[in-house]
Design a protein around this ligand. Structure first.
Ligand code: SAM
Length: 478
């Protein structure tokens, strides 16, 4: 195998049969191949509460110029997205023709995925390094594909591995593996990726300047939801909070944004994060969103308290059991999914039983979402997977189960349709399929400023509206 090609992802036959359902042989082959490689575009979302897009562009370009200089790369341009007003992007170069150097460093699959998307390597991310290795040495970086490399191993790893590029070690071998390594140099970077297989700047440090790394379809989801200042909005499965932060920004931090997650640990982090960003409109709660709807009398109590001005949401970061039925103007359901749109994806660990459990679980969340949404309200259902059972299958399920839900066409509002329509054969009519937003890995998710193809992770979303009943009655509570 040449040095610059990444190995295909490994899937058991059962899993492959489930995932390929709904695709032609050629479509599936192309999706499968793309899952082994990083997207060709890196996207940044501008926090418009912090800075304007033009200021962000200048900051990002300065940062990228500096990095290109340090790494001895040709200049790379940061560009403004032609249709989404808060998006910048950079073209990823690769695969490049890089030859491995002599000394070898091993990283795990998670770190390997990040390296291919432009990250340098934190000392703590290094699994093993060949001996001897001094600060300043050129090293070749490999990802462990057998999950068998021992931490701290000093001999060359003989298991299955893939080459990710060359870097320069900022620490000697011993320092890399000491507990205090993270404090030794800079921000804990152990290996600077100077000759990566895919060249994309490391951009996570731009966060404090108001720029977040976010995949394009995830940003599009925020715009498709179209949150407005003053509204009451629910983010049902919110952690780590990338989309929560975007929704709060689009609401201009005015209104009420309730962010739920089942994991208390994640909610603590999310609540602290929102506070650190001065997002006073949002509150994060530990809550099982699949069973969190108030009874009708409880909802009436909530509405009376709201009208009297006596309703108080509990403190952010705490537990919450119930939410008011038909209490939300807009709901985002970006729930747990098989994540088979993430790329690169070196070692997907998916058992068939887990894969088949997701659609059911997502349906239980859809039932809650439907009860919590007010008539006339908007629901966005999204996943980061190519599984048609979780995507088109569940869109069809919701349309057939909830008679008052209809799909809406948001293409005009978000600058035009990108990606592809929903697949056939999963219970959707042609018109309904046209209103699905499907982003198969390897297929362009739009066109850039200079006509170049933009590309991101695999993703899917659909936007519903809950109809107002005939006769103008808006629902149970109005
Ligand atoms: C795909 S992630 C959400 C990503 C998030 N929307 C973002 O953009 O940062 C799915 C999340 O759903 C949470 N989750 C799973 N089951 C849940 C449930 N029943 N209620 C609430 N959250 C749940 C998981 O803990 C996980 O953090």
């Amino acid at each position: 195998m040449p040095n610059n090609s990444l190995p295909p992802i490994t899937l058991s036959q059962d899993v492959e049969d489930l995932l390929s359902s709904g695709y032609t042989t050629d479509e599936w082959a192309s999706i499968r191949a793309a899952l082994a490689t990083p997207p060709r575009t890196t996207f940044l979302r501008v926090n418009t509460l912090k800075c304007s897009r033009d200021e962000a562009l200048l900051t990002a370009q300065r940062f990228v110029d500096e990095q290109c200089k340090t790494k001895n790369w040709l200049p790379m341009s940061v560009k403004i997205h032609p249709t989404l007003r808060d998006v910048l992007y950079i073209h990823v170069e690769g695969p490049l023709d890089v030859s491995p150097s002599v000394s070898e460093v091993m990283v795990d699959a998670l770190c390997g995925n990040a390296v291919l998307r432009g990250a340098d390597i934190f000392a703590a991310g290094v699994l093993a390094a060949e001996s001897p290795m001094k600060a300043g040495d050129k090293v070749s970086v490999y990802v462990d594909l057998d999950r068998a490399c021992l931490r701290g191993q000093s001999k060359k790893y003989t298991g299955k591995k893939a080459f990710l590029g060359n870097g320069v070690s900022l620490l000697g071998r011993d320092d890399l593996f000491t507990v205090a390594a993270a404090d030794l140099k800079g921000r804990g970077i152990g290996i600077l990726m100077t000759e990566p297989l895919y060249r994309s700047p490391s951009l996570s440090d731009l966060f404090s300047d108001g720029l977040s790394l976010q995949n394009f379809p995830s940003i599009l989801v925020g715009h498709a939801l179209n949150p407005q200042p003053g509204e009451t909005i629910l983010d049902m499965c919110a952690a780590p909070g990338g989309k929560t932060m975007h929704i709060a920004t689009l609401m201009q931090n005015q209104g009420t944004l309730i962010a739920l997650d089942r994991s208390a640990q994640k909610v603590t982090r999310l609540s602290k994060f929102l506070q650190s960003q001065n997002i006073s409109s949002a509150r994060a709660y530990t809550c099982d969103a699949s069973s969190c709807v108030m009874s009708d009398p409880e909802t009436q109590e909530y509405r009376t308290a709201l009208e009297n001005g006596t309703w108080k949401w509990p403190n952010s970061g705490s537990k919450l059991k119930k939410l008011p039925r038909e209490g939300f103007d807009r709901i985002l359901l970006d729930g747990p999914c098989s994540a088979m749109g993430q790329r690169p994806n070196f070692l997907p660990s998916l058992a068939p039983a887990i894969l088949t459990s997701y659609p059911q679980y997502q349906r239980s969340l859809l039932h809650s979402a439907h009860r919590l949404l007010r008539p006339g309200g908007t629901l966005v259902y999204s996943t980061c997977t190519i599984s048609t059972q979780e995507n088109e299958g569940n869109v069809a399920y919701a349309l057939r189960t909830f008679e008052d839900l209809e799909l809406v066409d948001v293409s005009q509002r978000v600058g035009g349709k990108v990606g592809m329509d929903g697949v056939d054969g999963k219970g959707l009519s042609e018109v309904e399929r046209r209103m699905c937003w499907r982003f198969p890995p390897g297929v362009a998710c739009g066109t850039g400023l200079d006509g170049e193809e933009l590309e991101s992770i695999g993703f899917f979303f659909a936007v519903y509206r809950k109809r107002i009943e005939a006769g103008g009655r808006k629902g149970l509570f109005s």
